[in-house]
Design a protein around this ligand. Structure first.
Ligand SMILES: O=C(O)C(=O)C[C@H](O)[C@@H](O)CO
Length: 266
């Protein structure tokens, strides 16, 4: 029996646009609530969210009954943690700060079993294989793993075509907050100079034959990126949505700081 198909991977490679949300509470219950809202993909974020392997597993379990792809973002692309995440049952990974084709190649190696890569064997005792309930796990896992890399520095933008060309990179995600900072526009994602770089990067990723992805908290920008052909667009984060909704509710009864200005997020 092979591993189940990764519909998200198939969708983005076929250009079927997927709408996502960031999960930053580190808790299973809000993850379950977000899944019930109907998003196509949800990012369990351990780069900026309070997550460890156990909280990630709890969220993977919470999301399992839903038709949504859990995308796990580790704090960085360390091989040892990638191995733990894959064994825990994560199969779509979003790796921050990938600046070069060499880095991308090393990540591809980390997510694939020999002879195609260097992933260590051990899934038979792990959640990924249903604790050995999927007999062909080791033979079939590689093809359903989806490796997404983040381009979020000037160096990565310079190397975009070379990164996208790496076989096994399944999508390139623009990190607008870090990219804008590296371009000298800290906290100013909407600056026209930043937008020019992002729009051209989306076009270049697509021209290189790979799906492009992005996240902002700005609906106008998100719709523009969808128009430009980005395949996986995250449109917000659970914590910012909760904070905004609660401030608004309290504000309607004269409490708290009120709704405040809407930001694009960082
Ligand atoms: O640089 C970015 O933008 C991202 O990588 C996404 C952010 O990390 C996300 O956490 C929203 O602030």
């Amino acid at each position: 029996m092979p591993v189940p198909k990764n519909d998200f991977k198939a969708a983005i490679s076929a250009g079927r646009q997927q709408i996502g949300l960031w999960l930053n509470t580190g808790e299973a219950l809000p993850a379950e609530i977000a899944a019930s809202a109907g998003f196509d993909w949800l990012v369990i974020d351990s780069e900026h969210g309070p997550n460890d392997l156990r909280s990630i597993i709890a969220q993977l379990r919470a999301l399992a009954p839903f038709a949504v792809e859990p995308v796990v973002r580790p704090p960085s692309g360390e091989t040892w943690f990638i191995k733990q995440l894959l064994d825990a049952g994560a199969r779509t990974l979003l790796i921050p700060m990938v600046d070069s084709p060499e880095q991308a190649k090393a990540l591809v190696q980390a997510v694939r079993y020999p002879p195609r890569g260097t992933r260590g064997l051990g899934a038979a005792v792990a959640r990924a294989s249903g604790f050995n309930a999927i007999p062909d796990y080791a033979q079939t896992a590689d093809d359903e793993i989806c490796l997404l890399v983040q381009a979020e520095t000037r160096v990565a933008i310079d190397n975009l075509e070379a990164i996208a060309a790496i076989d096994g990179v399944d999508g390139v995600f623009i990190g607008p907050a870090d990219l804008s900072a590296d371009l000298g526009y800290l906290g100013r994602i909407e600056a026209p100079e930043v937008q020019d770089v992002i729009e051209s990067a989306i076009g270049r990723i697509i021209a290189a034959g790979k799906p492009a992805g992005i996240l902002t908290f700005n609906e106008t920008l998100n719709r523009r990126y969808l128009e430009l052909g980005a395949s996986f667009v995250a449109v917000g984060a659970d914590v910012t949505e909760l904070a905004a909704t609660l401030k608004n509710l309290a504000g309607r009864y004269g409490r708290g700081p009120g709704a405040g200005p809407a930001g694009s997020g960082y």
